[in-house]
Design a protein. Structure first.
Length: 105
């Protein structure tokens, strides 16, 4: 379920999923997107965010597979689609690119 995105863009308890590692990773994703929003021309920060996203999705998908989550395949496809869209973003990031990433979380 989508949540309202706070401004300034930061983690708050309404985003908790109650799996400690996932919550910590989600905090990292918030921070990564915030860093990219502040440093729109910094390819290093963008590449770090992409690596965070890919690692997070891999971990989350591993949890889903282990739990035999019935919607695993569809969820993995959503992750892969998002990663493809992020990878296609151009540096410097535009307002629309930042909003896309923020709203996806």
């Amino acid at each position: 379920m989508p949540h309202a995105i706070p401004e300034p863009y930061c983690w708050d308890e309404s985003f908790r999923v109650f799996y400690d590692q996932l919550d910590e990773e989600h905090k990292g994703l918030f921070n990564g997107i915030f860093d990219c929003a502040k440093n729109r021309g910094d390819k290093g920060k963008f590449d770090s965010l992409y690596a965070l996203l890919a690692g997070h999705f891999k971990f989350e998908e591993g949890m889903m597979e282990k739990a035999k989550y019935s919607e695993f395949s569809a969820h993995r496809d959503i992750h892969n689609g998002f990663l493809a869209k992020v990878k296609a973003l151009e540096i410097p990031l535009t307002d629309a690119s930042v909003d896309f990433a923020k709203n996806w979380l």
